[in-house]
Design a protein around this ligand. Structure first.
Ligand SMILES: Cc1cc2nc3c(=O)[nH]c(=O)nc-3n(C[C@H](O)[C@H](O)[C@H](O)COP(=O)(O)OP(=O)(O)OC[C@H]3O[C@@H](n4cnc5c(N)ncnc54)[C@H](O)[C@@H]3O)c2cc1C
Length: 415
C-alpha cells in the first residue's frame, strides 16, 4: 500500500475516525480530522471531577478484542481486570454467579446460587466451548436472530434468561428485551470468555488519548462541525470549504445518514442509558466485580465500584460507584430514588454516598437488530465518500476500530 501525501479529510474524531486517521498517517497519507466538539473520543471520554475519573457512561474494554488489541499499545493502558462472573441481586440479596472454570474457588457458591439451574450452568460452559471453536468471521456469517430467541433455542431456562441474561446483556446492549442480534451476542460472549473485562488505569479516555497522540500536531481540528460533504471536499459550520482527495464521514450513524443521504444508511433507533456517579468513604462491595439487578423491576440495571477495579479512578481513601439505569428515566429526584433502591442491596451506608454527576446519554448505542451489524465490509463508499463508524460493524470499541481501519485500508488500496 502506498499513499504518500494523500490528503484525507475525516469528519468525526471518535474511535472510528481516529483509528482511520492513525492507519492512514502511518502509511504516509495526510489525514485531517474535524471534530465538532471540544475534545476527540466521541463516546469514549473521561472527565476529572473532584479528583475522581468519570467515564462518560459506564463501559469496559474487553482485552480479547483482536483488532483493538493490535492497534493499541495495551501495556501502556495498564488494564485492570474485573473478576469474571457477576453478583446478581435476587430474592433479597446479592448472589454470586461466577465463571466456575476460571474461578473454581467459587464453584460451590455459584453452583448453588438460585440463578439458573445446574443445566443452565452447563449450557453456559458448552456455549463457551462452542464459541471458542469458531472465528469472529464465522460468527459474522451465521444466521442472525434476536438474542432472546437464540438463548431460548439454546435451551436456557426462562429463569436464567430473565434473572441473568437480561441484566448482564442489558448492561451491554443497553436494552433488556434482548432484541439485539445474536451475532453480537456470540461476539461479546466469545470476547468475555477468552479474556477479561477491564478498565484502563487512567480511565477509558486513555484509549482515545493514545490514538490521538499518534497523529501529528494540527491533524485534529476541534470545535469544527462538518455541515456538508462531497467526494472532493467538505464544508464546515463556519462556512469554510476545504478540498481533499478523499473524504471520510466517521460521525455517529444519525449524522452520517444526514451528511451522506442515499448511502443506504438510515437514521438508526438508539439505545440510551443514564449513568449516576457517587463518591463513598468505603466501597460497598470491596471487589472488582459487576453487580446486576436480577429482580426484573426497579430502576437500576447494574452497579460497579470502579475504584475497586482501577484504584486510580478515586482519590486515596475514597470509592467511586457507577450505577447504570437503562434509558432516560424521569430526572426529577432520580439520585434519591436510585439510592433508596440500593439500600436493599448495600444497607443504610448508601445514604452517606455523595452524588458526583449524572450522565444522560441519549445516543449511546445504535440499535443492532438481527442482520444489521457485522455484515459487509465494515464501511460504505457512496458517491466517492467513505462512511465508517460502529454502526457499520458492531456497536463497540472493537467495532468502531475495525470500521475505521478497514476504511483506511480501502483508501490506501485506491489507485
Ligand atoms: C454508555 C456507553 C457504554 C458503552 N459500553 C461499551 C463497552 O462496555 N464496551 C465497548 O466495546 N463499547 C461500548 N460502548 C460503545 C462504544 O463506545 C462505541 O461503539 C464507540 O465508541 C463508537 O465510536 P465511533 O467513532 O463509531 O462513534 P462516536 O464515538 O460517536 O464518534 C463520532 C464523533 O463524530 C463527532 N461528530 C458528530 N457529528 C459531527 C460533525 N457534523 N462534524 C464533525 N464531527 C462530528 C462526534 O462529536 C464524535 O466525536 C458504549 C458506549 C456508550 C455510550
Amino acid at each position: 500500500m502506498s499513499a504518500s501525501g494523500k490528503q484525507v479529510l475525516v469528519a468525526g474524531g471518535g474511535l472510528a475516525g481516529l483509528a482511520c486517521a492513525v492507519r492512514l498517517y502511518k502509511a504516509g497519507a495526510q489525514p485531517l480530522v474535524f471534530e465538532a466538539t471540544d475534545a476527540p473520543g466521541g463516546r469514549v471520554q473521561t472527565d476529572q471531577v473532584d479528583g475522581f475519573l468519570l467515564d462518560r457512561g459506564f463501559q469496559v474494554f474487553l482485552d480479547a478484542y483482536p483488532e483493538a488489541g493490535t492497534l493499541l499499545d495495551i501495556e501502556s493502558l495498564d488494564l485492570r481486570p474485573f473478576k469474571p462472573g457477576a453478583l446478581v441481586y435476587y430474592h433479597g440479596r446479592l448472589r454470586r454467579v461466577m465463571d466456575v472454570f476460571r474461578d473454581p474457588g467459587h464453584f460451590l457458591a455459584s453452583a448453588l446460587a438460585p440463578v439458573g439451574s445446574v443445566a443452565d450452568k452447563l449450557r453456559v460452559a458448552l456455549l463457551k466451548w462452542r464459541l471458542r471453536q469458531v472465528s469472529i468471521e464465522e460468527i459474522a456469517a451465521r444466521e442472525d436472530v434476536t438474542t432472546e430467541n437464540y438463548l431460548q433455542r439454546a435451551g436456557f431456562s426462562s429463569q436464567m434468561i430473565d434473572v441473568f441474561f437480561r441484566s448482564f446483556y442489558g448492561g451491554i446492549f443497553l436494552e433488556r428485551e434482548l432484541r439485539t442480534s445474536s451475532r453480537m451476542f456470540e461476539f461479546t460472549f466469545k470476547m468475555f470468555s477468552e479474556g477479561n473485562a477491564t478498565l484502563p488505569a487512567r480511565g477509558m479516555g486513555d484509549i482515545t488519548r493514545q490514538l490521538a497522540s499518534r497523529l501529528p500536531a494540527g491533524a485534529i481540528r476541534l470545535g469544527e462541525r462538518v455541515t456538508e460533504v462531497r467526494a472532493d471536499g467538505i464544508t464546515l459550520k463556519s462556512g469554510e470549504r476545504l478540498a481533499g482527495e478523499t473524504v471520510v464521514v466517521a460521525t455517529d450513524a444519525t449524522t452520517a445518514a444526514r451528511l451522506v443521504p442515499g448511502s443506504g444508511g438510515s437514521e438508526p433507533a438508539w439505545s440510551s442509558v443514564t449513568c449516576l456517579y457517587f463518591a463513598a468513604d468505603r466501597s460497598p462491595m470491596n471487589e472488582a466485580i459487576i453487580a446486576l439487578n436480577g429482580t426484573g423491576s426497579g430502576l437500576v440495571n447494574n452497579v460497579c465500584v470502579v475504584s475497586d477495579v482501577a484504584p486510580g479512578y478515586a482519590p486515596q481513601g475514597k470509592s467511586l460507584i457507577s450505577i447504570s439505569v437503562l434509558g432516560l428515566p424521569e430526572p426529577s429526584d432520580l439520585e434519591r430514588r436510585v439510592v433508596m433502591e440500593l439500600q436493599a442491596w448495600f444497607g443504610k451506608a448508601v445514604h452517606e454516598w455523595r452524588h458526583l454527576r449524572t450522565d444522560r446519554i441519549e445516543r449511546a448505542l445504535p440499535e443492532q437488530a438481527p442482520n444489521v451489524g457485522m455484515t459487509g465490509p465494515g464501511f460504505r463508499h457512496h458517491d466517492g465518500v467513505y462512511v465508517c463508524g460502529d454502526h457499520l460493524w458492531s456497536a463497540s470499541i472493537e467495532g468502531a476500530i475495525i470500521s475505521g481501519l478497514r476504511t483506511a485500508d480501502a483508501i490506501l488500496d485506491q489507485p
